[in-house]
Write a protein that binds this ligand. Structure first.
Ligand SMILES: *Cc1c(COP(=O)(O)O)cnc(C)c1O
Ligand SMILES: [Zn+2]
Length: 403
């Protein structure tokens, strides 16, 4: 067990692993820190096919508190046909749309709910743009904990139906994600609810590190050169970088500094990209307007840390329009057989831009993170598809539409 303390990301002060998430000295966010042991690749050969295979680098002290619905170890697909379209010979898709609740959010939610159990909390919840709702609700169901969801009222119907099916109490807030977030923070404090992405955030972000661990292991412990990552709050991009750094500390990869992270945002909500391009600080977007609802976070909690990561590792950032998102989403589906929601379209569209701008060259190992499933956003995708042929079951008539 290597988990050590909660360490302030700003002033470095160390705190006990308790139910708190902000530094008492400077109000900076607290991160889990570890005494990282040297780990051998052999260790993982016979382990479970979930992200809990990396439990040495996750913040749960007693394994009996782990709440697992089997998430993680999703496929890393060699994307030959998409690569050919983009001019890349070593392109991989990390297909995290096939997790149990159909997004990568099973990673952060599962770790936070497990920690809530370890801390003895009886209820959990989240502020969500859609996917975190189901991930939290499913893990709460598995753990037998109460669950309270706060999400903007305009998210996709499928995401609401899914979360409520797991038994969550669902509050559809008439406002933006940031409004839902403010409410969730207050309710969490008042009723001692473990809000996974707010007062449990130190643990929540740890789950997304496993997106680095799995990619490294699936590449046979070779570092990738380029990582294209969709950004909402920025927690995932920051966590993926932390994950690769910890693998280097554990001697599992050689040189984490080889990675170049790219932040991908939709044009209608791109505060991090705008800050990167202007060289200034992150200015919140008051009313996001994008079909990529999972990324519609106007005031990204980890935005400034994403900027630091891009600087530290020579990364970049770009945004794309709704039309570009739909084109990219259907391109991925038609070339690789992977159906993603608009957030995945944002990642592919920005990947395309990074190639065009000369940031990524043909032979370098590039990983594009596809974080959510298309079945959660069928209404949006339907708008760009032709209508199916509705026909009587008559071979002669149907022959007219077979080319
Ligand atoms: C939440 C979400 C993101 C963004 O993750 P952050 O950690 O908030 O930056 C990306 N893709 C999908 C599908 C999501 O649900
Ligand atoms: Zn501090």
């Amino acid at each position: 067990m290597s988990v050590k303390s909660l360490k302030c990301r700003e002033c470095g002060r160390e705190h006990d692993m308790k139910f708190h998430y902000i530094c008492e000295e400077c109000f900076g966010p607290l991160d889990v820190s570890y005494d990282i042991p040297t780990l051998s690749p052999d260790l993982f050969t016979h382990r479970e096919q979930t992200y809990w295979r990396y439990h040495e680098l996750l913040p749960i002290r007693d394994k009996s508190n782990i709440v697992s619905i089997g998430a993680g170890m999703t496929p890393l697909i060699r994307a030959e046909r998409l690569g050919e379209k983009l001019g890349l010979h070593n392109l991989y898709i990390k297909n995290d749309s096939v997790n149990p609740t159909f997004s990568f959010k099973d990673r952060p939610a599962g770790v936070a709910v497990s920690k809530a159990r370890e801390l003895g909390l009886t209820a959990v919840g989240c502020a969500s743009t859609g996917n975190l709702a189901s991930a939290t609700a499913a893990h709460a169901a598995k753990a037998g904990l109460d669950c309270h969801i706060f999400a903007p009222s305009d998210i996709e119907m499928a995401k609401t139906v899914q979360a409520m099916s797991y038994g969550a109490n669902f509050v559809a807030v008439e406002g933006t994600y940031d409004d839902a977030n403010t409410i969730a923070a207050q309710i969490g404090d008042r009723y001692r609810i473990g809000i996974v992405n707010i007062n449990m955030r130190s643990y929540y972000v740890e789950g997304s590190k496993t997106l680095a661990f799995e990619v490294a292991e699936q590449l046979n412990w070779e570092m990738p050169d380029h990582l294209v990552i969709p950004v909402g709050s920025g927690a995932m991009l920051n966590a993926i970088c932390k994950g690769f750094e910890e693998l280097e500390a554990a001697s599992l990869v050689d040189d984490a500094s080889r990675m170049h992270p790219y932040a991908a945002q939709p044009h209608g909500c791109a505060p991090v990209v705008d800050a990167f391009q202007s060289g200034g600080t992150v200015t919140p977007v008051s009313v996001p307007d994008t079909i990529a609802k999972s990324l519609a976070i106007g005031d990204p909690g980890d935005g400034r840390y994403v900027l630091k990561r891009l600087q530290q590792y020579g990364g970049s950032a770009a945004e794309c329009t709704d039309d570009e998102i739909l084109d990219a989403l259907t391109l991925l589906a038609k070339t690789e057989g992977i159906f993603t929601e608009p957030a995945g379209g944002v990642a592919v569209a920005v990947l395309q831009k990074m190639v065009q701008e000369g940031m990524i060259s043909a032979d370098e190992t590039t990983v594009c993170y596809i974080t959510g499933n298309g079945l959660k956003a069928t209404d949006t995708v339907m708008s760009v598809l032709p209508k199916p042929h509705v026909m009587r079951p008559d071979v002669a008539a149907i022959a007219a539409v077979i080319k």
